[in-house]
Design a protein around this ligand. Structure first.
Ligand SMILES: [Cu+2]
Length: 173
């Protein structure tokens, strides 16, 4: 997305990785770097993420939090395709897309207000080298939990819908 977000993310990530940043309970920010192979949610559905891995960087800012998702090893048959990706409230469990539950939503009302400021949307486009990157900047800090970044078959619609759940990355803090 914007250059500004990318710059601030780099700065925040550098701070986060500094040894002193992790030691103070008073500033125990919900920040972290999560990386791993993507977990298949439906082996019966073909997808280009069989050999893919991903990394999510999460960092608190003065105004909320920023997230950066990077996926690599995507099959080149998917170059140019847009995929929806979101932070979900539940865990990333193989072959069980429903376990991830709904999107993490910070609107605090029922039914929830759904948009890219109440939820963490990390859609990406697959580039020619089989990678993809998505960024989000939100005005809240996600509460700790055993959660999942879910990658869907389609780009995210304004309603939040993005088609079937393909794979996920476990994120726990
Ligand atoms: Cu989702």
């Amino acid at each position: 997305m914007s250059i500004r977000r990318t710059t601030s993310l780099t700065a925040a990530a550098a701070l986060m990785l500094a040894p002193v940043a992790a030691s103070s309970p008073a500033t125990a920010a919900p920040a972290g770097v999560f990386r791993g192979d993507l977990v298949d949610l439906s082996s019966s559905t073909a997808d280009p993420f069989g050999d893919a891995s991903a990394q999510l960087v999460m960092a608190e800012t003065g105004k909320g939090a920023i997230f950066h998702l990077r996926v690599k090893g995507i099959d080149l048959s998917a170059v140019g395709h847009d995929y929806g990706a979101h932070l979900h409230v539940g865990p990333c469990v193989a072959e069980d897309g429903a376990a991830a539950g709904p999107h993490y939503n910070a609107s605090g009302v029922t039914p929830p207000v759904v948009n890219d400021h109440t939820e963490v949307w990390l859609d990406f486009t697959v580039t020619a080298d089989g990678t993809g990157a998505g960024d989000a900047s939100v005005p809240f800090v996600a509460t700790p939990g055993d959660r999942a970044v879910v990658i869907h078959a389609e780009a995210t619609a304004p309603s939040g819908a993005a088609g079937p759940r393909l794979v996920c990355l476990p994120v726990q803090w």
